[in-house]
Ligand binder design. Structure first.
Ligand SMILES: *Cc1c(COP(=O)(O)O)cnc(C)c1O
Length: 454
């Protein structure tokens, strides 16, 4: 299968190249040339465990990787999850389920994609007899998940920039207590945006970039979106047959990455009723799906920090479908958005989407209510999903992080603190971080010293 850029000015690539490239050179994002139709495979899929299902799904896309190799890569990607179901679907009440996506090594849903991406990178290094230096900036969860996807992988090194003092202590420990020689957590003196800007500058230096075979780890990678389709499929197959056609997945979202994956799966012949786009007080997507206007605002820090995003980078993939797969039109929309900060989608079809918005003032109350009504503890991101549920649909709320990652917010809401053995163990591990000024030159010098050589 081949993959096209949403902006239409990059030649189509195979799966491995599209994954290695990340952002297309024309600024667009990669999508499958045609979407497969899985409707006739669904009965056969019912009996499969998570890793097998993931393999059966991904092999249709990754046609340039030998089948048995792909099976091995996928199996290896789901061995470090602590629940045997990988993504357990828990019934809470009539017509209400939680899909727990936090049983991976960093206790947030990003492990589903980044464990796989780590193995795909390592595989490429092996077959191409190359080495790779992975670089990313994070405000918390992505960096930790990316690091844990690449820990100890031969031929790779990973450099993650994060704003010093502005990620949670547990998130910092997940990045800095790995003990791995190929992991470099760079605590930058500045904000997340400063780190992000330094990173952009480094990627803009073509010579440095090619000399060190730099690759970006960020939320727009094709492999991330495809890996995330699988848990929607898995959950759909676990529902009673009578409920499947009426299911609405409720997705706490920031970058639109997670919702997009579910929506693409629906377009691949899985009869899902719809999606609820659940935002925190950074509500660009809520405004879009209620008014049609896509307009950037200023980011307000919230209790659900991994959703503190105002420009939903994966949204461009949705636009490509919404404008009839016309790359010229996508370029026009993105250009208008870039120059004016807004775009009006007067008449796109919003049937499948509902939206909700949850402010910080509401999050603790929702956590307390879910705990009281269902005896279940949700983290502040997942809490946004419980803001309001459609009464006539079967809701499956995606639980994106373990409550144990946010002990202070949980204590304030329900009066006790959830714990998790892996986080307890982290509290006594030595922290290894490298403090650096937030400028490209210092970061480049650090990479120059520590990059894995060819
Ligand atoms: C990253 C993240 C989100 C948002 O995911 P998107 O792909 O940006 O929609 C939600 N919750 C948690 C816990 C996250 O780490």
């Amino acid at each position: 299968m081949r993959f096209l850029s949403t902006r239409g000015q990059t030649p189509a690539l195979g799966f491995s190249d599209a994954v290695a490239t990340g952002l297309a050179p024309d600024g667009g994002l990669f999508l499958p040339e045609t979407l497969p139709d899985f409707s006739r495979d669904l009965p056969r899929f019912e009996k499969l465990g998570y890793a097998e299902l993931c393999f059966e799904f991904l092999r249709v896309f990754a046609t340039d990787i030998p089948v048995e190799t792909m099976r091995g890569l996928v199996n290896a990607s789901y061995t470090r999850f602590e629940d045997s179901a990988i993504a357990p679907l828990r019934p809470l009440a009539k017509n209400l389920y939680v899909l727990e996506l936090f049983h991976g090594p960093t206790l947030a849903f990003k492990d589903f994609a980044l464990q796989l991406l780590g193995n795909l990178y390592a595989h490429q290094c092996k077959v191409r007899k190359e080495t790779i230096n992975v670089l990313g900036a994070t405000s918390g969860d992505t960096g930790a998940a990316a690091i844990h996807g690449l820990i100890g992988k031969p031929g790779t090194a990973i450099f993650i920039l994060y704003p010093d003092g502005r990620v949670s202590p547990l998130q910092e420990r997940q990045m800095t207590c790995t003990g791995a020689g190929n992991v470099f957590a760079l605590a930058v003196d500045g904000t997340f945006d400063d780190a992000q800007n330094a990173l952009k500058e480094i990627f803009g230096e073509q010579d440095f970039r090619t000399r060190h075979r730099l690759s970006a780890v960020n939320s727009i990678n094709l492999a991330r979106v495809l890996a995330q389709c699988v848990y929607y499929l898995y959950a759909w197959l676990k529902l009673p047959a009578s409920e499947r056609g009426n299911v609405e997945f409720v997705v706490p979202t920031g970058n639109f990455g997670n919702v997009l994956a579910g929506w693409m799966l629906q377009k691949m012949g899985v009869p899902i009723r719809g999606f609820r786009v659940a935002t925190n007080q950074n509500d660009i997507l809520h405004r879009l799906f209620t008014t049609g206007e896509y307009r950037v605002g200023a980011v307000q820090p919230s209790l659900a920090p991994s959703m503190d995003i105002q420009v939903a980078s994966n949204f461009e993939r949705f636009i490509w479908f919404a404008v009839g797969r016309d790359p010229g039109k996508v370029r026009e929309v993105m250009q208008t958005f870039k120059t004016t900060g807004r775009y009006d989608f007067a008449n796109f079809n919003r049937d499948t989407f509902t939206a909700s918005r949850c402010t910080d003032a509401e999050i603790p109350g929702i956590m307390a209510r879910v705990h009281r009504e269902h005896g279940y503890i949700v983290d502040p991101h997942t809490a946004c999903g419980f803001k309001e549920l459609s009464p006539d649909r079967v809701s499956v709320v995606l639980a994106t992080a373990s409550p144990a990652k946010f002990p202070d917010t949980i204590r304030a809401a329900i009066g006790r603190e959830p714990t998790h053995p892996s986080l307890e163990a982290l509290k006594t591990c030595p922290v290894v971080k490298h403090r650096l000024p937030a400028d490209a030159a210092s970061i480049r010098a650090f990479i120059e010293l520590h990059a894995v050589a060819r």
